[in-house]
Ligand binder design. Structure first.
Ligand code: 13P
Length: 339
């Protein structure tokens, strides 16, 4: 795929009023989500859940692409259509999580580096044949006493850059995700400092690995107070700090930034996105790539029962539309009641 083709896909991923649904929970993560509604994580339930989300009528109004997990890209919707084809028919781009998750860095307690580079060239080729137009790789950065270390930031940035270069070589758009975790007692100032460091190191590695910036999407976390911090930054402060941090670190050549929600409540994640877009125009599109903030209310309504599908889909569609409004700074709290 040419650079031009990669750019066409990135533009579609962050088209005005749209964002990405992350539905790529690994086996362990989906089990935790299903535990919360007391249903078993087996293949049948996972297929039923993802079918419920992805067959929601008119989601293409707000959702440009869906990140799938390896199992999902290889399975079919309940009507027998493979998930990637079903999405493509609606005009939604299928994507794929290609990392193999974080593992501890020896000698650096509590810090991780994400694995999955070995054999990635061949896996990218296969995923492309299965219909994937883009991929995702998540690096995890934890704020703690004396962490993150430079070693951790650098190891993760290196892996992200190698992954991104391999995806572009294979003709799929990489989503580069350095996530600074919400967990911890740290202040918003500390989160700001760490996010800025992580992004600087990441973009240095992307440059060194000759990644085509116009053919990638950045998926960062927002600059927020640690979950356990008694002083919680308000919506305006989060928006202002996040944009300031990104302006210092993300080249304008990057077409779009699609945030993760990171454990924020669904409505709070929408409010933050809206506040950032109200501060625009920005050099890049400011979009979303949420998992929990898009799925959680629908998951709770679904509870694993076919009888709840219509209600859960209505809630999912509403959440997607609220975030679509936030893409252009047009979201208001009053709109929630209409759902
Ligand atoms: P959350 O929005 O739930 O943080 O998930 C986004 C994601 O894709 C994590 O890798």
């Amino acid at each position: 795929m040419s650079k031009q083709e990669l750019e066409t896909v990135t533009q579609a991923m962050v088209a005005k009023g749209k964002g990405i649904l992350a539905a790529d929970e690994s086996a362990g993560t989906i089990k935790r989500r299903f535990d919360s509604i007391k249903i078993e994580s087996n293949e049948k339930n996972r297929q039923a859940y993802r079918d419920m989300l992805l067959t929601t009528k008119s989601i293409e109004e707000a959702i440009s692409g869906v990140i799938l997990f390896d199992e999902t890209i290889r399975t079919t919707a309940l009507d027998g259509t493979p998930f990637p084809q079903m999405l493509a028919k609606k005009g939604v781009l299928p994507g794929i999580k290609v990392d193999k998750g974080p593992v501890e860095i020896p000698g650096f307690p509590g810090e991780t580096v994400t694995e999955g580079l070995d054999g990635l060239r061949a896996r990218v080729k296969e995923y492309k044949e299965l219909g994937a137009k883009f991929a995702k790789w998540r690096a995890v950065i934890t704020i703690g006493d004396g962490t993150p270390t430079y070693t951790c930031l650098e190891a993760n940035a290196h892996a992200l850059a190698r992954y991104a270069a391999l995806c572009q070589e294979g003709g799929i758009v990489p989503i580069v995700e350095p996530e600074v975790l919400l967990d911890g007692n740290h202040t918003v100032e500390r989160c700001h400092e760490v996010t800025e460091q992580a992004l600087k190191v990441t973009f240095t590695a992307l440059f060194l690995h000759r990644v085509h910036l116009e053919g990638m999407i950045l998926k960062p976390s927002m600059v927020v107070s640690g979950k356990g911090c008694p002083q919680q930054a308000g919506v305006e402060e989060v928006a202002e700090r996040t944009i300031r941090c990104l302006k210092r670190t993300v080249p304008g050549a990057v077409p779009g930034i699609a945030f993760l929600s990171g454990g924020q409540s669904a409505e709070r994640a929408t409010e933050h996105l809206n506040a950032m877009n109200c501060m625009g125009p920005h050099p890049w599109e400011v979009a979303f790539s949420y998992a929990r903030a898009l799925q959680d209310p629908a998951l709770k309504a679904w509870k694993g029962e076919a009888a709840n599908i219509a209600a859960a889909q209505k809630i999912f569609y509403h959440r997607a539309k609220m975030n679509s409004a936030a893409r252009t700074g047009k979201y208001t709290k009053q709109m929630e009641a209409a759902g």
